[in-house]
Design a protein around this ligand. Structure first.
Ligand SMILES: C[S@@+](CC[C@H](N)C(=O)[O-])C[C@H]1O[C@@H](n2cnc3c(N)ncnc32)[C@H](O)[C@@H]1O
Length: 359
């Protein structure tokens, strides 16, 4: 029997096959993933890690991340150091205010505060940070230590329809006024067990893709608040899903600078950052994007040949180089971790054998 689910699986698989045929970096990444899944040493390592991990707080709202009980100051510093690294040399995003006047940022999904602290503390920018309240499952914010009057923190959810109004009325943030907007609120895809699902299409086949549904409100808000010529960054969960390329197709008309894929702090995990430079909001393109974001999964999983061709044009013409760099970095990190664990596992077994033989 023909089912919509099997169409979704086909669309997903067709794009992955296209990547495997056209990209050596992607093939190597997939091969390393399989090597990891087939590694008994890695299984033993993750099982031990899981058994000894402290229980996490329950998540009260979909879309929260998984480090409720981590040291937030340390996490904020790691995020801050990471963005300083990936923005180094960017003509706008590495620029201290100095004598140049005011620069502004909007940071959605801001806690624990790395991105905010980078712009505020390191570059002297003024900004607004939004993150889920702790009572709703959010993680604590580490606010900037100096000149906190140049920074506003808004507790709220990017899924709340009134957030845009709240930012304008309470935080006095004007539309088209920010030099940098970050769509950084993410759902946690980071655990290893979940990563096996990268090889399968999303189970629910009737509605919008889950990551698009979560990304859409923040992306739209960033486009509305970024000033002409500013930059927008967003997090995308599965970099090998054709939906990312189709999204770039819709964003393209509003981007006059480049589009670059950058690694997140967790290099071995699947989410990536996408940085759009020299963004110019225009109503027609925004409307096209907004209505596309409402379209069902079939559209985003490239059922239609026209969409498939659009996606492959984005991959080849816009982000191949930066995305393959990220895939190569990920493969290298995964491989060195696996080899290290396999070596120490082998070493432990050898030690045990020697001890037994010595008895
Ligand atoms: C990966 S962390 C962001 C790290 C941050 N950009 C930094 O540099 O420190 C993701 C954040 O998104 C927040 N978040 C999750 N769901 C949210 C929602 N619905 N609305 C707002 N923030 C949300 C999480 O609580 C978490 O603080």
């Amino acid at each position: 029997m023909h089912s919509e689910g099997s169409d979704h699986a086909k669309g997903w698989q067709r794009w992955q096959e296209h990547l495997a045929v056209t990209s050596e970096a992607y093939r190597r990444l997939k091969a390393e993933q399989v090597a990891g899944w087939n590694s008994p040493s890695l299984d033993a390592f993750y099982k031990k890690e899981k058994d000894t991990a402290a229980p996490r707080h329950s998540q009260r709202q979909a879309g929260t991340t998984a480090f409720h009980d981590a040291d937030t100051e340390r996490q904020a510093k790691r995020y801050r150091d990471h963005v300083a690294r990936i923005f180094a040399g960017d003509p706008l995003l590495s620029q201290s205010v100095g004598m140049l006047g005011k620069r502004t940022f909007l940071d959605l999904g801001a806690s624990p505060g790395g991105v905010t602290r980078y712009f505020h503390d390191d570059l002297g920018w003024v900004g607004t940070a939004v993150s889920l309240a702790e009572r709703d499952g959010g993680i604590p914010m580490e606010p900037p230590k100096e000149n906190p009057k140049h920074y506003i923190f808004v507790e709220g959810s990017i899924l709340d329809d009134s957030l845009g109004d709240m930012l304008q009325n309470k935080a006095r943030l004007q539309l088209h006024s920010c030099d940098f907007c970050n769509a950084g609120a993410v759902q946690d895809y980071g655990q290893r067990a979940d990563e096996a699902s990268e090889t399968a299409p999303p189970a629910d086949t009737t509605t919008r893709l889950p990551w698009i549904a979560f990304l859409a409100p923040q992306l739209k808000m960033c486009l509305q608040f970024v000033k002409p010529g500013g930059s927008v960054m967003f997090v995308f969960g599965l970099s090998d899903c054709g939906s990312l390329m189709l999204l770039l197709h819709y964003l393209g008309p509003m981007v006059r600078g480049g589009i670059r894929v950058l690694p997140t702090m967790h290099v071995a995990k699947s989410p990536v950052y996408v940085l759009l430079s020299n963004v110019h909001y225009d109503e027609t393109s925004y409307r096209d994007l907004s209505s596309a974001l409402e379209r069902p999964k079939g559209h985003w999983l490239l059922h239609n040949d026209t969409d498939f061709t659009r996606a492959s044009a984005q991959f080849d013409g816009v982000v191949r180089r930066s995305l393959e760099d990220v895939w190569r970095g990920r493969e290298e990190k995964m491989r060195s971790k696996r080899e290290f664990i396999e070596k120490s596992h082998e070493g432990n077994k050898q030690q045990k054998r020697s001890r037994l033989e010595g008895i």
